[in-house]
Design a protein around this ligand. Structure first.
Ligand SMILES: [Zn+2]
Ligand SMILES: [Zn+2]
Ligand SMILES: [Zn+2]
Length: 266
């Protein structure tokens, strides 16, 4: 809002398509059901996209929430009676995140009217979504004003995927970046900022994130050994990775930016 950087202006004048806020969907073709990871302000468009790729009889079972920052939960409001009027969509999140929804309007109304039902979930314990599909919420250090923050590990039929859209600093993560990444086949990580210099007008210590440059440094040997594919997501509008040349540079090093609508088979 109100930004006149070249990336934002290109979208404003139609040279680039608007990019959706980061989110995942988990689709189980045996159970014929799907879940979303986070309810972003783009939830309506992301749901429409899902409807275009899953058969019509698949059910929308639930949403796994990582934390209470606007890009990750604000879309829940569209489940209410003014819009989608959902029935019993399962909300899977940490206890503190669930308490935030229960105690604050308009989210509390979704609970009262049965649009959503709440599943407070212990961290680091696998939760079975279906016979062969499980998720774990892993606590991560982040600016936790209203809730705590979780990463999500998704274990599928043959392999697993780690999703860490937000973290303040890899150094303070008790799981350990290398441990977490090498225990999955696909890691989709916080790529908010490319380097330390891209936001000259904001105090970076108020919005801490590891930079893409730092994360690549830490994970270069993992990527070189081909044990895990590492992707970035959650890019700020200021991120140099929106430039095709910079994207090609990180691809050269074996890293990727996850594409909008890209699919992985687990
Ligand atoms: Zn901008
Ligand atoms: Zn956040
Ligand atoms: Zn975020």
């Amino acid at each position: 809002m109100g930004c006149n950087c070249p990336n934002c202006n290109h979208v404003r004048v139609g040279l680039e398509a608007p990019k959706w806020v980061s989110s995942l969907a988990i689709i189980d073709d045996v159970k014929r059901a799907f879940w979303m990871v986070d309810a972003t302000p783009d939830l309506s468009r992301q749901y429409d996209f899902l409807m275009s790729i899953v058969p019509g009889d698949y059910t929308f079972e639930g949403i796994i929430l990582t934390h209470a920052h606007i890009g990750h939960y604000l879309g829940l409001v569209y489940l209410g009676k003014e819009a989608f009027s959902a029935k019993n969509i399962s909300i899977i999140a940490t206890d503190r995140m669930i308490q935030f929804l229960v105690n604050n309007a308009p989210f509390s109304q979704l609970v009262e009217l049965g649009n959503i039902r709440l599943f407070p979930t212990e961290t680091s314990v696998p939760i079975k979504l279906t016979e062969r599909l499980a998720i774990s919420l892993l606590p991560v250090p982040h600016r936790n004003e209203f809730s705590d923050t979780a990463a999500v590990q998704i274990s599928g039929y043959q392999s697993s995927l780690l999703y860490v859209p937000d973290i303040d600093d890899w150094n303070f993560w008790q799981v350990g970046l290398n441990n977490a990444v090498t225990s999955v086949s696909i890691a989709i990580l916080d790529g908010t900022f490319f380097n330390e210099h891209e936001l000259p007008n904001r105090a970076r210590n108020e919005i801490p994130h590891p930079t893409v440059m730092e994360t690549m440094e830490r994970l270069q040997s993992v990527v070189d050994s081909l044990s895990t594919k590492v992707y970035f997501t959650h890019l700020n509008h200021s991120n140099r990775l929106w430039d095709k040349g910079t994207m090609a540079e990180i691809e050269e090093r074996g890293f990727r930016v996850v594409g909008q609508g890209e699919q992985f088979v687990l």
